[in-house]
Design a protein around this ligand. Structure first.
Ligand code: C2E
Ligand code: MG
Length: 454
């Protein structure tokens, strides 16, 4: 006859329960699985794969240089970085995979149901690549880290969770030994080659940080007086194992990998520092030319970065020349004109290189505030046997001068070429006939002391 109803609101319990599960099985910072949850999932996978005769992979990831960022930018930045790393790795995985953070900067992935070992390699490559792109942090400039990955496959590399973790750890050490930004399988004989571009990109990045870049200088000569009036700065990479590596092999790689700006700024700072040292030592100042990649114009702060370097090194802007390619001028026309006008107002000289190889006409060039026109080596090469090239070179010299540019011919190797340039009254030349690009301590021997008159 009577009903007694008892209603208890369990919402609070539910929330508390969820909170406990979160605390017990998930990493507080990133929200990823923690060690306990990973071990649970690992054991479950072993049982399942054993039953169904399947395989899975354990990937152990370690971040290169995380500690340095944590130490220099602080723990808040470190935490923010770890969260972003977690998100990036997650985007490479499927819902069925487990991503766990084991503490610090160590992450582990449980890659379920792979049909071939190469599937693990593919995911590892993708992660290494994705993590090499810059991270934007709230309180600092974009930072770059890298990642190394060790891989162990069930059941080949271990049949218990402990063994699989140990062996992926061993593989990780091996990957780090092979150079940062690599991955490796356990055991050694199963190591598959890392894609060449990743390997050298990681090595180059390491090389930059290790101070392996050098600047060589090649003299630029006044055609009339035969005096050195400038030098082009050309970067080299001095790899301890491979020796001197020329820029054509690593500049495109750096452009592709997004760290050409870093190299560009390093070269500029080094050239200004060196130039100031020569001036202070009493040498007659000459103009030093630095190559600028078109990608550096896509960076927001190219102008302020150049200004800062000039200020820091106290190098006079009038003795700096920037070499721009035609493609720098073609893209983003308005913005580039604006930047170049500012640079020129500082007193910096601007040169256009590769002229004649692209699409720009001399009339088009006139819209930009330029000082020097460099004639491409390919035209100079055939002077004395190719009449077309002689006609083109002659036309570039006279039209360039009419429009108010100084004209510089590069890659001059023979006396015939030089005589032709003299005859056509080219202003400046550069090439092996005078000197090759050489290290600063050799180049300084070509410079003259300033004659002091009171
Ligand atoms: P580039 O600016 O056209 O530099 C001239 C290249 O021609 C240099 O090669 C130089 O060694 C070479 N060269 C000069 N005179 C002669 C000659 O008479 N005969 C021959 N056969 N070659 C000659 P390098 O130093 O290997 O540089 C190659 C390119 O790498 C440069 O071409 C430039 O585009 C790029 N590069 C060099 N340093 C930097 C840099 O600091 N930043 C950027 N973004 N690019 C750079
Ligand atoms: Mg150049």
């Amino acid at each position: 006859m009577h009903y007694v109803a008892s209603i208890v609101d369990i919402t609070d319990y539910k929330i508390a329960e969820e909170k406990i599960i979160k605390l017990a099985f998930y990493d507080q910072l990133t929200g990823l699985a923690n060690r306990r949850k990973l071990m649970d999932n690992l054991n479950r996978s072993i049982a399942m794969c054993n039953r169904e005769n399947k395989q899975f992979a354990v990937l152990m990831i370690d971040l290169d240089r995380f500690k340095a960022i944590n130490d220099t930018l602080g723990h808040l930045a470190g935490d923010e970085l770890l969260k972003q790393v977690a998100t990036r790795i997650s985007l490479c995985l499927r819902d069925t995979d487990t991503l766990a953070r084991m503490g610090g900067d160590e992450f582990i992935i449980l890659l379920e149901g792979i049909s071939r070992q190469e599937d693990a390699a593919r995911v590892a490559t993708e992660i290494v690549e994705d993590l090499s792109a810059p991270f934007k942090l709230t309180q600092s400039d974009a930072v770059r880290i890298g990642a190394s990955i060790g891989i162990a496959i069930y059941p080949q590399h271990g049949t218990t969770s402990e063994l699989l973790l140990n062996n992926s750890d061993t593989a990780l050490y091996q990957a780090k030994d092979n150079g940062r930004g690599c991955f490796s399988y356990f055991p050694e004989d199963l190591t598959i080659p890392v894609p060449q571009h990743l390997k050298s990109e990681a090595r180059l990045r390491y090389g930059i940080e290790n101070g392996e870049l050098r600047v060589f200088y090649q003299a630029q000569i006044d055609v009339k007086t035969n005096e050195i009036i400038g030098a082009e700065a050309l970067v080299r990479w001095l790899d301890p194992n491979e020796g001197l590596i020329l820029p054509n092999t690593f500049i495109p790689l750096a452009e592709e990998a997004g760290f050409i700006t870093k190299i560009g700024e390093w070269v500029l700072r080094e050239v200004c520092r060196q130039g100031k040292e020569w001036i202070d030592a009493g040498f007659t100042p000459i103009r030093l030319a630095v190559n600028v990649s078109s990608l550096q114009f896509e960076q927001d702060n190219i102008l302020s970065s150049i200004e800062t370097i000039l200020k820091e090194t106290d190098y006079p802007a009038e003795y700096l020349e920037l070499e721009l390619t035609e493609s720098s001028l073609m893209e983003n026309h308005e913005l580039v004109v604006d930047i170049l006008t500012h640079l020129r107002a500082l007193g910096i000289h601007l040169a256009i290189v590769d002229f004649g190889t692209g699409y720009s006409s001399l009339a088009y060039l006139k819209r930009f505030p330029l000082d020097v026109l460099k004639i491409d080596k390919s035209f100079i090469d055939d002077i004395s046997h190719n009449t077309d090239d002689m006609a083109i070179t002659e036309a570039i010299i006279s039209m360039g001068q009419t429009l108010g540019f100084k004209v510089l011919a590069e890659g001059v190797e023979t006396i015939e070429q030089l005589n032709f340039l003299k005859l056509k009254q080219c202003d400046i030349f550069q090439g092996y006939i005078h000197s090759k690009p050489i290290p600063s301590d050799e180049f300084v021997k070509l410079l003259h002391y300033k004659v002091v008159t009171d």
